[in-house]
Design a protein around this ligand. Structure first.
Ligand SMILES: NC(=O)c1ccc[n+]([C@@H]2O[C@H](COP(=O)([O-])OP(=O)(O)OC[C@H]3O[C@@H](n4cnc5c(N)ncnc54)[C@H](OP(=O)(O)O)[C@@H]3O)[C@@H](O)[C@H]2O)c1
Length: 261
């Protein structure tokens, strides 16, 4: 399995997003994903499915320690006491003593960032989460957050896919050792009909979505280990993304040049 390491966190590179999953469907999808080999699950207070995510985790039979679970605090809980209370409520819904990563879901200019980050750091020191981070933060907000946070921030989760390059945000994350966690990684399904990714995929008997995923794995390995990682990258791409065991990757695909958001 491929991991991203950032400020002390070791995050499985490919995760399951649970936005818009509800009720028993959500629990079943989480259970099946874990049985299939996913080890990183992403939920949030505002998705209203933390209870079902916890149910799916338990039903999978996968050891808790082997799962990396993220949840996110919604903006109406950013005042310090509200944050702590809301995280405890999340844990009660999940029926877990802690999560692996707790994020501020979206910036909220109505509450001083210093106060919210103080409460987030306190949640980490209380053992409610192993790591903390942010989501949807701009470059300026990343700089402020890194300067103000009492505990290391491990990631900024932002929209990132072949049509949205996020070069400035990526550079700011790199500078401070934060992982960039991509949401909407297949552009909410838009890449299904992308001609370039389809052509790359055809050459390797892959779908456009698989081509995009292989491109991220390539980037992660090349960035973390340097060019000599390419053979490991090919192995990882085969094992985690292949739709057919007999298909071989002759050459890793590269993303098309971004066309803008
Ligand atoms: N931090 C934040 O503010 C934030 C915001 C948004 C999302 N997220 C997280 O990121 C996760 C993923 O983002 P997302 O749901 O917005 O977008 P996404 O993963 O880019 O796209 C999901 C859509 O892509 C289509 N799809 C799924 N698998 C496919 C495949 N193999 N080939 C082609 N199309 C496929 C599905 O459409 P059909 O159902 O039509 O097939 C699905 O609804 C969310 O679940 C959530 O956990 C975080």
């Amino acid at each position: 399995m491929l991991f991203v390491e950032a400020n002390g966190a070791r995050i499985p590179a490919i995760g399951l997003g649970t936005w818009e999953l509800e009720g028993r469907t959500c629990a079943r999808v989480v259970e099946q994903a874990l049985r299939l080999g996913y080890r990183h699950i992403d939920t949030a207070q505002v998705y209203d499915n933390e209870r079902e995510v916890g149910d799916g985790m338990r039903a999978s039979g996968v050891r808790r320690d082997d799962i990396f679970l993220t949840t996110k605090v919604w903006t109406n809980h950013f005042a310090p006491n509200d944050l702590e209370r809301s995280v405890k409520e999340s844990l009660a819904r999940l029926r877990l003593p802690s999560v692996d990563l707790l994020l501020l879901h979206w910036p909220n200019s109505h509450v001083p960032l210093e106060e919210t980050l103080g409460a987030l750091s306190h949640a980490r020191r209380m053992g409610l989460t192993r790591h903390i981070g942010v989501s949807n933060f701009t470059v300026a907000l990343i700089e402020q957050a890194v300067a103000l946070s009492g505990e290391p921030l491990v990631c900024n989760q932002v929209e990132y896919h072949p049509y949205l390059d996020q070069a400035k945000v990526r550079a700011a994350c790199d500078q401070h050792g934060l992982a960039l966690v991509a949401y909407s990684p297949i552009a909410r399904g838009r890449i299904k009909s992308d001609q370039t990714l389809a052509a790359i995929g055809r050459a390797h008997r892959k779908t456009p979505a698989q081509s995009a995923c292989a491109g991220w794995c390539n980037r992660i390995l090349l960035r973390s280990r340097g060019p000599r990682a390419s053979s490991a990258c090919r192995r990882t791409s085969r094992s985690s993304i292949s739709s057919s065991r007999t298909t071989r990757w002759r050459r890793l695909p590269r993303w098309p040049t971004p066309r803008g958001a």
